[in-house]
Design a protein around this ligand. Structure first.
Ligand SMILES: [Zn+2]
Length: 340
């Protein structure tokens, strides 16, 4: 599929209409066009789609390098659940991953990934990389190797560390304790050890990377990260049990914690709706994640894999119109200043 729209005008339209609190409706139309390309079966293997992805990542990396953040923070969206955040003093990543690049050990060469140069640049820019769990839509073996090579700090679950116990970098992976107040440099994080309870009936194991005897119980950390300028960001990865997680949210509320930003998956598999609970208790600004995670789509299947951008726009439309949400696509950024 050679597609002139994907090659040029679409990225130009998005870059000309960057996420802001004022242009949600206009952007929704542009993102719908992007959805139209991505929903085509096997689009993640299409060279134009991969080229577009890498171009948008390059654009983000150039901007991260150049941008000086004086107040608030700037958030860049990479693939699906991956973000890079820059504050006045530090740059850190959340669930930094590359795409449906099938082999967590880097042995299978699947083209939808960062380029070598992109990995090197990201590792240079990022000081800390927080990972909620070991599924490869939340971490990348090659990226971790590069971060480790450049002596950057990588924060993971114990299960994740166990998966890579034979790797030279394993002992340098940091596993914070449950309920710990974890401090690194200019960042503080409250850590919660949760689970992604997978369902053996419906979750296709071959789509995930399990090295453990109990593959359907996946350790998943939530981090409530407070930046050097006192902005609190919640990332919960794929903790999908709403009842379990809402207890933790209530605990946070009781302790006087605040959540300014919610950057994570929107899914609740059972129990209370996590998004609604977070909104009710903390009224944060939402940047939803986990959309267009291609490995959730079977080969030759059409559709949005997880969610499309349009679906996220519908889900968060009301919040966006009152200035409390936005939807970012690959490589896009939002400057967030809680004082505005
Ligand atoms: Zn996931």
């Amino acid at each position: 599929m050679v597609n002139i729209i994907l090659k040029q005008p679409l990225s130009a339209a998005l870059l000309k209409t960057p996420p802001s609190l004022k242009n949600f409706k206009k952007r929704r139309e542009i993102l719908k066009t992007l959805d139209e390309f991505l929903k085509i079966p096997n689009s993640e293997k299409d060279e134009d789609v991969i080229g577009y992805y890498r171009k948008m990542i390059d654009h983000a990396l150039d901007r991260i390098e150049r941008e000086e953040v004086k107040i608030g923070l700037t958030i860049w969206k990479l693939y699906s659940s991956g973000f890079i955040i820059k504050t006045p003093k530090t740059t850190f990543a959340l669930d930094l991953c590359e795409g449906p690049n099938k082999d967590i050990y880097g042995k299978e060469n699947v083209p939808f990934s960062f380029t070598l140069q992109q990995r090197e640049k990201i590792a240079k820019l990022v000081d800390y990389s927080f990972h909620t769990h070991h599924h490869y839509d939340h971490i990348s073996y090659q990226m971790v190797k590069e971060l480790w090579g450049q002596k950057k700090k990588i924060i993971v679950t114990q299960q994740n560390k166990d998966c890579w116990k034979k790797e030279p970098f394993a002992e340098d992976l940091t596993v914070p304790n449950d309920k710990a107040l974890f401090k690194r440099g200019d960042l503080k994080a409250r850590v919660y050890h949760g689970w992604q309870h997978m369902n053996p009936e419906t979750d296709d194991e071959t789509r995930f990377y399990h090295f453990l005897s109990e593959p359907f119980e996946v350790q998943c950390n939530a981090y409530l990260i407070t930046t050097d300028n006192n902005i609190s960001i919640l990332v919960k990865g794929d903790i999908f049990d709403g009842d379990e997680f809402s207890l933790y949210l209530k605990e946070l509320k009781k302790s006087g914690a605040k959540i300014d930003l919610y950057l994570s998956s929107t899914c609740t598999a059972r129990g209370k709706d996590i998004i609604k609970e977070t909104e009710r208790l903390f009224d944060p600004f939402f940047i939803p994640a986990h959309e267009w995670e291609f490995t959730h789509r079977k080969p030759d299947e059409e559709g949005a894999a997880t969610q499309s951008y349009s679906e996220l726009c519908s889900m968060f439309g009301k919040s966006a119109l009152r200035g409390k949400a936005t939807v970012l696509s690959w490589g896009e950024r939002l400057h967030y200043n809680p004082k505005i």
